[in-house]
Design a protein around this ligand. Structure first.
Ligand SMILES: CC(C)(COP(=O)(O)OP(=O)(O)OC[C@H]1O[C@@H](n2cnc3c(N)ncnc32)[C@H](O)[C@@H]1OP(=O)(O)O)[C@@H](O)C(=O)NCCC(=O)NCCS
Length: 196
């Protein structure tokens, strides 16, 4: 069982479950990059845009996805939405993903936040494999996945209809079976499992 209420700390970030107090910061970031999100995020259908959908995301507690958000340790700014998804618990297969506040791109925050969340996930005995994917043309996300050290597994051709224009895109899949290839990161957490 993945711990949903840990506080995870890295050199620049604090990751925790978002609360309703974070909704407006998340919503303004989401609105600022909505066209990009509709190009690249599987969940970004039109009805996911309003504040009510952000609140629904924050309050969701179905055990299928554990939401974590990264905030700047000094300024408190909302930086990254990420999390841990349950794909196949019998196989120990989980997934992750991310989107970033567009005011803070290309500073390594998505890479740092996802590195931390993957280390945290693998510290749970039931997590054996982490999956991540990106759609055809999403070169920034591809670069983050490469920097994290994932192994490419396969491509599902024309498997996703992009929300922005309906174009069918390839999905490129990647796996990680251990945190050992992740870039070094000083990370700790206040609750949950002990890092093995
Ligand atoms: C993908 C995303 C999360 C990256 O966030 P970020 O905090 O800027 O990521 P990082 O700074 O950790 O790393 C970005 C890397 O991509 C590179 N990059 C950025 N735009 C790029 C592009 N168009 N082509 C190739 N590389 C690109 C950056 O140079 C950086 O690599 P570097 O450290 O080697 O220079 C952000 O762009 C985003 O939110 N995009 C929209 C949502 C999305 O695509 N989510 C992922 C779905 S799979």
């Amino acid at each position: 069982m993945i711990c949903a209420d840990a506080i995870i700390t890295t050199p620049r970030l604090l990751l925790r479950k978002p609360t309703v107090e974070d909704a407006h910061a998340m919503q303004s970031a989401k609105e600022a990059c909505w066209p990009e999100l509709q190009k690249w995020m599987s969940w970004s259908s039109d009805e996911r845009k309003p504040l009510s959908a952000t609140l629904e995301f924050i309050n969701a507690d179905d055990g299928q996805y554990i939401q974590y958000c990264a905030f700047h340790r000094v300024s408190g700014a909302f930086l990254i939405a990420t999390g841990i998804g349950l794909q196949d618990p019998n196989a120990g297969l989980y997934s992750t993903g991310y989107w970033a506040n567009p005011n803070f791109l290309n500073k390594g925050f998505a890479t740092e936040a996802t590195n931390a969340i993957i280390r945290f996930a693998f510290a749970h005995d039931d997590v054996k494999k982490m999956h991540i994917c990106h759609y055809e043309g999403n070169d920034a996300s591809k670069r983050v996945i490469e920097k994290l050290g994932f192994d490419y597994t396969d491509t599902e051709e024309k498997s996703h209809a992009r929300h922005s224009d309906g174009k069918y895109l390839d999905t490129h899949n990647y796996l990680m079976t251990s945190p050992q290839n992740l870039p070094e990161l000083d990370v700790s957490w206040t609750k949950g499992p002990t890092q093995s």
